[in-house]
Design a protein around this ligand. Sequence first.
Ligand SMILES: Nc1nc2c(c(=O)[nH]1)N[C@H]1C(S)=C(S)[C@@H](COP(=O)(O)OP(=O)(O)OC[C@H]3O[C@@H](n4cnc5c(=O)[nH]c(N)nc54)[C@H](O)[C@@H]3O)O[C@H]1N2
Ligand SMILES: Nc1nc2c(c(=O)[nH]1)N[C@H]1C(S)=C(S)[C@@H](COP(=O)(O)OP(=O)(O)OC[C@H]3O[C@@H](n4cnc5c(=O)[nH]c(N)nc54)[C@H](O)[C@@H]3O)O[C@H]1N2
Ligand code: SF4
Ligand SMILES: [Mo]
Length: 702
Amino acid sequence: MTKTLHHRACHLCEAICGLTIETTASEDADLQITSIKGDTQDTFSRGHICPKAVALQDIQNDPDRLRQPMRRVGSQWQPIAWDDAFALVADRLSAIQERHGQNAVAIYQGNPSVHNYGLMTHSNYFLSLLKTRNRFSATSVDQLPHHLSSYLMYGHGFLLPIPDIDHTDFMLILGGNPLASNGSIMTVPDVEKRLKAIQARGGKVVVVDPRRSETAAMADQHVFVRPGGDAALLFGLLNTLFAEGLTRDSHLPVDGLEDVRQAVSGFSAEAMSPLCSVPAAQIRQLARDFSSAKTAVCYGRMGVSTQAFGTLCHWLVQLINLVTGNLDRVGGALCTEPAVDLVASTSGGHFNLWQSRVSGRPEYGGEFPVSALAEEILTEGEGQVRALVTVAGNPVLSTPNGRQLEHALDGLEFMLSIDLYINETTRYADLILPSTSALENDHYDTTFNMFAVRNVSRFNRAILPKPEGALHDWEIFVGLAQAFAARTGKTLKPTMPPAQMIDFGLRAGPYGDASTHKLSVASLFDHPHGVDLGALKANLAPRLKTANQRVQAAPPAILADLARFAALQAPPADELLMIGRRHVRSNNSWMHNYHRLVKGKPRHQLLMHPDDLASRGLCDGQRVRVSSRIGEIEVEVMGSADMMKGVVSLPHGWGHARPGVRMTIAMAQPGSSANDLTDERQLDELSGNAVLNGVPVTVAAA
Ligand SMILES: Nc1nc2c(c(=O)[nH]1)N[C@H]1C(S)=C(S)[C@@H](COP(=O)(O)OP(=O)(O)OC[C@H]3O[C@@H](n4cnc5c(=O)[nH]c(N)nc54)[C@H](O)[C@@H]3O)O[C@H]1N2
Ligand SMILES: Nc1nc2c(c(=O)[nH]1)N[C@H]1C(S)=C(S)[C@@H](COP(=O)(O)OP(=O)(O)OC[C@H]3O[C@@H](n4cnc5c(=O)[nH]c(N)nc54)[C@H](O)[C@@H]3O)O[C@H]1N2
Ligand code: SF4
Ligand SMILES: [Mo]
């Protein structure tokens, strides 16, 4: 028996923790993973991991995980050879496009598309050949408002200032629960340690959340906010900063600040308080505390992007950092300078250059909001979607009105899924193409190094051999592109493996050959624990991509959205709003099939304040029916004094009891899908991002 230790990162979530993985080889068995631990020598994560990393071995060994292409014949799945599968896709998609036009094929790209470098580097090699405008992704159920506000203010959707968590004296968190999520658009392994360090150096952490989340519980102050009320709270803060003279000049070149001051002049803390259910005095004090801290940073995440004023929220977050002098400042919010720099190598983006066929929703970066996907399939007429390609996504469980989407998928002429499982979405596919598993694949994180709280770099080598007959995601896209090009007579540009692309990116980047660090893929091989490229620094001014290289504080598209906000009414007294929740042992919809993560008591109950239970005559542990405009589900309710009154919390990604799913462990403890309640018509109208938090519901005994 030979034991070997490997060092590479986990890339299941954004924290990219370093792992030490032991494999054991013996003569009579395949190479086995015998232990997964945090890598204490990792320059960035310093030994931190969460329970999901240990489950990497369960993904590897899961008998339900697909290991060869599968074709659906009636209700049966049959293996099919790769070349036959590629030819089938080329035939079906090209025939549909010949008959109905290019837009008749739609694309949905899910979350792992940014967690797996082969999907990052090569999906467009195939997908761009389809030349369809019907592109969708998980971005519009997530961080679209971050990109849009950055694009409009700084000229590039990836110029996302990150909290300088290691140097700040005051961290104001709205709608993020990094203790469960491990941080998002803030790549920060061991976030708990770093938050405690703020407190240890005499600083403060304040959390704004309708639930006393795990992060709120460790914070110095927790502010309950009505779901969807954050724009009002943030307006109240900004107004107070101006009105009480609490602003500080910025070193950045800025246009439009006077327009902002005027635009928010009516939004006093007193006027905003009824809309967010935060007392005016508390809003004013928060503004004073924030501005008087030596350094401070305001950070908003999922809870504030997936709500009706998501883009206004993220614009306001930027402005609060800007007018207090904390934007582009150590201890405030800083842009990264990653070794492979997507800001330098990609165009800034575009917005609303064209609109979706049925509801006229705006494109951002060439994608429509995914809330419009089902209607594009279901609405007859010229340009109707007849075929769908899903890549690493499960929109039935992750996008609003999942039941309507299921109905739409059922009527497609052809569906291709590139995925590891037969799940709630892929069970509708005609063909599923599975890639190698994470540990059989190399990886370089082009996405999350963009958001990291330090500039770091690491190349992760595959630690298990590629099984015979298996293909990496990138090779699947190359196979599809070649077959489609051959079938349609298109010429295909040559491509190269992802590692080679990364090597070019590293050499062209700020730490590349020309500078002293001399980063390249080969040089990173010598640093299995990662390379630390230093703390974040002020760099925004020279990186601005706006036409005049100045920060645009008052983009016209955003100012135009203020009228929608101004029409907002105070909520009715009997309002009940649903929000989401994440748990550290779960990961969106697809990691419920591993016993070690789901064992113990269920974690997918509806949380409700005890007073709200009592007023409905309900008791803890009872089965309840939750209804919204679009549907109803049954779940177990759990009383929780951590909930704000008038708010219930249900995690998404559950609801595995659907016919045809092949995920044995997940199906044994299925839960119900929050997105059978979320409403595809409830949007941040400006960006088209879905409202997943603040969904009106009623709850009654089942
Ligand atoms: N109500 C509500 N809904 C939400 C959210 C919420 O908070 N509340 N959160 C939203 C957010 S932030 C997101 S990001 C979305 C996620 O939504 P999706 O991206 O649609 O869903 P996931 O559950 O991440 O599904 C990932 C899929 O990728 C497959 N997969 C995993 N690894 C690989 C790989 O390496 N290659 C390939 N080809 N496939 C792979 C898995 O089998 C799974 O089918 O959900 C959103 N939906
Ligand atoms: N364990 C685990 N980790 C994950 C994931 C996972 O599914 N599980 N998913 C990954 C993905 S795809 C993402 S995008 C990130 C998300 O990372 P986070 O944004 O940190 O994720 P959440 O835990 O959903 O935190 C959202 C918080 O917003 C609160 N909230 C809800 N509505 C409102 C509101 O109206 N206003 C305010 N102020 N707060 C509100 C919720 O109560 C919750 O505490 O997590 C990533 N990490
Ligand atoms: S926090 Fe957990 S899932 Fe995320 S990268 Fe680290 S070990 Fe992996
Ligand atoms: Mo996400």
